[in-house]
Design a protein around this ligand. Structure first.
Ligand SMILES: [Zn+2]
Length: 115
């Protein structure tokens, strides 16, 4: 049932729940300019302060532990079933999302080379 678009490929960024919690859970955002930091992977130079503008950093509601847990539940219920759907159609592409972002991008670009 393709009512609006023909889908050439569906990409599954494969990663364990714990890693998702680790990555989303450490995100903080500047109240003033919106700049994102990560307490583990990309921490601000001064704790709690934005490197760019000195604004106060906060955790978005979306990135709080209970929200992350909820987002994972929603993913499992409504999104994960699509993995089998596209696998059966033969157009599912798995990308290992466990390495650092640059490595994930590299694998993605290998599977989808620019013309
Ligand atoms: Zn800022």
């Amino acid at each position: 049932m393709e009512t609006f678009a023909k889908i050439d490929a569906a990409v599954n960024f494969d990663i364990a729940d714990e890693a998702v919690v680790d990555r989303l859970g450490g995100r903080v955002c500047c109240k003033e300019c919106g700049q994102m930091f990560h307490l583990k992977f990309n921490p601000p130079k001064v704790s709690g302060k934005c490197d760019k503008c000195g604004g106060e950093l906060y955790t978005r509601d979306d990135d709080k532990p209970e929200s992350i847990k909820h987002r994972l539940e929603v993913y499992r219920e409504s999104t994960a079933p699509l993995i089998d759907f596209y696998k059966n159609k033969g157009n599912l592409v798995d990308v290992d999302a466990r390495p650092a972002p640059e490595a994930v991008l590299k694998e993605f670009e290998t599977k989808f080379p620019k013309n």
